[in-house]
Design a protein around this ligand. Structure first.
Ligand code: FES
Length: 378
């Protein structure tokens, strides 16, 4: 006899009160009733996760693996579009009335149930957001999320061997890759080489041991750059490489950590005539410079009916100078919060130097300067 499962005994989403609530929140009638502020302004006050325009997440768990980090479990709302292991997200919190955004690479598997995210944030003495999260994160707290971004991801076609090298908080994106491969039942060889200053500050130690015990072809090698380690001491070298993988040539290699670690790995790969490994570092991009001499054209802010002569600065600053207050977070092209539709005109990305001329395209106005006339939906 066919028994009703617990899923079958619940109402389908379209008719459940939750689904009905969601549809109501998206109706034109409600939008009209809440004009001019819009539904989200009111929803924000009672059910902040239900806002329709933004990806947000509720903190569902907080733990401290080391004295200098905090690990958050996050349950995103339905605006979140998921991620691939290795990508980063911008996490936004309000501190003293100011929205602050920082990029973090989630450490969980891309196959995590319900799209749950795990962020491990290392705290720094000057880290405003990391200290805030360490001191104030608690279950029930709501944070903002940008959609996932970044090219530091596993290729769709899995290689026979994967080598993951990390140092410090660089462990998070490669931990996501490792957990993803384990969830997929990957049968190739995995080398996982990780550096921390000391055993006390090493992240995910117990889980790595447990994963290694379960996966025959996973080899975990952990080094501690200060003090004696379990297997390895000191900094990256060929001996450490041999401890992690049978043969590094031909292994899909991902390196994340401080620039010195990345340089050492690159040097070995270059000596061996191997193609560059995929690398990611958390060093912030260099300060942006703007050539304001000879800036030409007019910037039109179509939605607000304002116009200003192009000053040569980033469009975010030009909008602020014109009295507008566009959403923004990192102001360095990472979090996507300032993303805005450009109706027409050409802009230059000050980080990459690329000029884009497309109409009706989304641009990050914190890193875009106009080249001639530009019209924005602001
Ligand atoms: S403010 Fe973060 S990308 Fe522009």
């Amino acid at each position: 006899m066919h028994r009703l499962t617990s899923e079958e005994t619940t109402l389908p989403p379209a008719t459940s009160s939750r689904g009905l609530g969601r549809r109501l929140l998206r109706s034109n009638l409600l939008e009209a009733l809440t004009y001019p502020h819009g539904v989200d302004r009111y929803v924000e006050l009672v059910r902040p996760l239900l806002v329709k325009g933004e990806a947000r997440a509720e903190v569902t768990g907080v733990r401290r693996q080391t004295p200098k980090s905090v690990t958050l479990s996050l349950s995103p709302n339905e605006n979140w579009r998921g991620l691939r292991a290795g990508q980063f997200v911008g996490l936004s919190v309000e501190i003293d009335g100011v929205r602050e955004t920082r990029p973090y690479s989630p450490a969980g598997s891309q196959h995590a149930a319900g799209g749950t995210l795990e962020l491990t944030v290392s705290t720094h003495p000057e880290g405003k957001v990391s200290r805030h999260l360490r001191d104030h994160a608690r279950p029930g707290m709501i944070v903002g999320l940008s959609q996932a971004d970044g090219e530091f991801v596993l290729p769709d076609a899995r290689h026979e061997r994967v080598l993951l090298i990390s140092g410090g908080s660089g462990i998070t994106p490669v931990m996501a890759m490792l957990r993803t491969l384990c969830d997929e039942g990957y049968e190739g060889e995995i080398g996982f080489l990780n550096y921390a200053r000391s055993r006390e500050l090493a992240l995910y130690g117990a889980e790595l041991e447990e994963l290694q015990a379960r996966h025959e072809r996973l080899r975990v090698a952990r080094g501690f750059t200060r003090g004696r380690g379990q297997l390895l001491t000191g900094r990256f070298c060929r001996e450490h490489l041999r401890a992690a993988i049978s043969e590094h040539a031909g292994a899909a290699t991902f390196v994340c950590g401080p620039p010195a670690l990345i340089d050492s790995v690159r040097a070995v790969w270059a000596q061996d005539g191997l193609p560059e490994p995929a690398v990611e570092t958390f060093t912030p991009p260099p300060a942006m410079t703007f050539d304001t001499d000879g800036a030409e054209g007019t910037v039109s802010f179509a939605a607000s009916g304002r116009e200003a002569a192009n000053s040569g600065l980033a469009l975010l600053e030009q909008a602020e100078d014109a009295g507008l207050a566009p959403d923004h977070g990192c102001r360095m092209g990472i979090c996507n919060t300032c993303s805005c539709r450009k109706a027409s005109g050409a802009v230059r990305n000050v980080v990459t130097g690329e000029v884009s001329t497309g109409e009706d395209e989304l641009i990050r106005i914190c890193v875009s300067v106009p080249v001639g006339d530009v019209s924005l939906d602001l």
